[in-house]
Design a protein around this ligand. Structure first.
Ligand SMILES: [Zn+2]
Length: 508
């Protein structure tokens, strides 16, 4: 009890300072506004330690539930319960939106090993999401036709009963798997056609009982060269797929204009492979910390926080939310801010390229709805005000803002990202620190995405930037309708091809 009272006292003091600054203090300069004063005050209250406290709780939840927080698993449900308690204690009105989807869970870690010729032993690989279960020891063959295996005719009688080694490229992984399975193969191993690990997904509509894993290009070439020498592999995958119920969680401020809602969100689910602390415990924890501290700021606009389910199953939760939202409700949303991975250990401060100024047509990204460029500029301007560099990353729709910016929905959106499986360049390392030639997040979508896989410095810088954006718009969204004056770009070069945003590599 005493402890509770002391905590309350400290918070009351913090609130008094915040409210005093936001309301009483006379604007010292022409540009001072409720938004800018509140931004400063909120950023004093939002701390990296506060975000880390939520991350530690998400790690504990994963530890108690088999090491994963994937939607459809008890680890996800416990994450929702925890987040709802945080929101409720801070005074928000919470709600849940339940939906069914095809889940993918891993019962036990997959195994790939070479049984002949020497050297026999385990081989590094990544299971593809939605892979079926298999336990096969079999000779290895290449597709009898095109090595990419995109056509049924690329497989022949020679592939029957074998583990087929297929090249990435030209078609979705699910198509390669279906073709190999239809031809009577025992399993498939897909090798990359570029550098880096291959962590693909077969798609949440893949239900074949046929195992598929990914390996690097170098290992693929090594194995292909051994096919004529009697190469045999053992592949064991043990997975669960099936209809599961999961939820989105929402928390809404009790004050503010309900016709001008500022939305900010993050996906709360992890992949099946691990606890998902950087992806996306960090975005979720930043939202929780900011919501907790924003309880003291009765802003002009209504604020709605969203924690999405089943993002990793292809944006299922956010897609369902938008699909079920009547047009009149969509019209009330002024903007949506998305935060997916904001604590990458080898990080760069990426801002979504809302006006597509940095990426040429045909790279999979496009300019967002009007207002998205203004959001991008707000983030870059904030970082510049803190003497922090920032760069741009493709506005590709590959996270939960995708359904918001879809044609016909057209809600302005923006957000931040500190990098996933892409490789940090020497130029980026010179500006942002960290290690060139290594992924921004070497544990992306793996069991090692734990509390030790988070940069506290990144979390601190990003949560301040997120707090600034949310409270700025919570006071005033008029800048969204003014085309940004001057360039909207970052201060350093945009993400290269390797800066791919949270890419599930579903296509090719
Ligand atoms: Zn993510």
């Amino acid at each position: 009890m005493g402890q509770t009272r002391r905590t309350w006292g400290r918070r009351t003091l913090a609130a008094t300072i915040a409210v005093t600054l936001a309301v009483v203090a006379a604007p010292p300069a022409a540009q001072a506004s409720p938004g800018s004063i509140s931004s400063w005050a909120l950023r004093q209250l939002v701390t990296a330690n506060g975000v880390m406290k939520h991350l530690k709780e998400l790690q504990r939840i994963a530890d108690r539930h088999g090491g994963s927080r994937a939607s459809g698993s008890p680890g996800y449900d416990a994450s929702v319960d925890y987040a709802e308690r945080v929101f409720r204690r801070a005074g928000y009105r919470t709600s849940r939106q339940a939906f069914d989807f095809q889940t993918f869970l891993i019962n036990s870690p997959s195994e790939l090993e070479r049984t002949a010729p020497a050297p026999a032993g385990p081989l590094p690989h990544r299971i593809m999401s939605y892979s079926g279960s298999v336990d096969a020891t079999a000779p290895v063959t290449l597709p009898t036709g095109d090595p990419q295996g995109c056509a049924a005719g690329d497989f022949g009688p020679a592939n029957v009963g074998t583990i087929v080694l297929i090249s990435r490229g030209a078609c979705p992984f699910g198509q390669k798997g279906r073709n190999a399975a239809a031809a009577g193969a025992a399993a498939a191993v897909v090798y990359n056609n570029t550098t880096g690990d291959l962590a693909g997904t077969l798609g949440n509509d893949y239900t074949l009982d046929f195992g598929v894993v990914g390996i690097t290009q170098a290992l693929g070439q090594e194995l292909a060269a051994q096919v004529d020498d009697g190469l045999t592999l053992r592949l064991h995958t043990d997975t669960y797929r099936g209809q599961a119920r999961t939820e989105n969680l929402f928390a809404e401020s009790r004050w503010g204009d309900p016709d001008n809602v500022v939305m900010a969100g993050a996906h709360l689910d992890s992949v099946a492979e691990g606890p998902g602390i950087n992806d996306n415990g960090t975005g979720s924890a930043a939202i929780l910390e900011i919501a907790d501290k924003m309880r003291w700021f009765p802003t002009r606009n209504k604020v709605r926080f969203a924690l999405w389910g089943a993002e990793e199953a292809n944006l299922v939760g956010s897609t369902r939310y938008i699909a079920d939202l009547p047009q009149a409700e969509r019209d009330r949303i002024a903007l949506y801010l998305n935060f997916d991975m904001v604590g990458s250990p080898n990080y760069v401060r990426f801002v979504y390229d809302g006006d597509n100024s940095a990426f040429p047509p045909g790279t999979g990204s496009a300019a967002g709805p009007p207002g998205s460029g203004a959001i991008e500029k707000l983030f870059h301007d904030y970082f510049a005000s803190q003497r922090l560099d920032s760069a741009e990353t493709p506005f590709s729709g590959r996270s939960d803002y995708g359904p918001f910016i879809a044609p016909g929905v057209d809600i302005p959106a923006g957000g931040l990202f500190t990098g996933a499986e892409g490789i940090k360049t020497p130029e980026q390392a010179a500006v942002y620190g960290g290690t060139a030639g290594v992924s921004y997040d070497p544990c992306y979508h793996q069991a090692c995405d734990t509390i030790d896989n988070v940069s506290k410095k990144a979390v601190g810088e990003m949560s301040d930037a997120i707090a600034h954006a949310i409270i700025t718009y919570a006071w005033d969204t008029r800048s969204l309708s003014t085309p940004p004056a001057g360039p909207t770009g970052g201060t350093t070069a945009p993400a290269g091809e390797g800066g791919g945003l949270h890419d599930h590599e579903v296509e090719i």
